[in-house]
Design a protein around this ligand. Structure first.
Ligand code: SF4
Ligand code: SF4
Length: 178
């Protein structure tokens, strides 16, 4: 399917109005997902209405000695990919950061770090300055959460420790892949 004729089949079905969502069950998305997304886009379909079901890496390769079970697992992977594209099924909660006013010392470290200008220092009722995050501007990048020396900021759904763990993992990614 990743060859030009394969992509053309998908494009033609989109142009003919036969499909408005596309799932390809094949090998790793690392290699081919961008190709298929572009094919969808070229045919006029939002590229995020494409999902790749990876039935290679953790399926056919991992379970090569149990073919029947691998086939059942492949079907489940395809079903999961399809469910992601089902209209109205997928909802994503926006991630935003929140300041714990009791922990915030008003040091101001976080204010200039926010790439979206979402943080400001405001005077509280006790006369002390503390940071405040505008939820309408916050994009949930986690920079302030990791930088706060008082661990006063929590990325909604992620704790300070979880954000740091993610940053450490990303920093070690080339080493992990090697
Ligand atoms: S870095 Fe932390 S302690 Fe300092 S102002 Fe921001 S939230 Fe408050
Ligand atoms: S999470 Fe990112 S966007 Fe949100 S306030 Fe912190 S630095 Fe700004």
């Amino acid at each position: 399917m990743c060859s030009d004729p394969g992509q053309e089949l998908i494009k033609q079905d989109i142009r003919d109005g036969l499909v408005n969502r596309v799932v390809v069950a094949a090998c790793t998305p690392r290699a081919h997902e961008p190709i298929f997304r572009k094919a969808c886009e070229d045919a006029g379909l939002n590229k995020y209405f494409f999902e790749m079901a990876n039935i290679q890496d953790q399926c056919s390769w991992a379970h090569w000695h149990e073919k029947k079970k691998a086939t059942e697992k492949a079907k489940a992977i395809v079903a999961a990919a399809m469910s992601l594209l089902e209209p109205g099924k997928m909802t994503v909660e926006p991630l935003i950061s929140e300041v714990n006013k009791e922990k915030c010392t008003g040091c101001g470290v976080c204010v200039p770090l926010c790439p979206y200008g979402a943080i400001s220092l405001v005077k509280c009722e006790d006369g002390k300055l503390r940071s405040e995050i505008d939820p309408a501007l916050c994009k949930g990048c986690g920079v302030c959460t990791a930088a706060c020396p008082s661990k006063a900021i929590t990325l909604h759904e992620f704790t300070y420790e979880q954000v740091l763990a993610q940053i450490r993992t990303i920093a070690r990614w080339p080493e992990i892949q090697a």
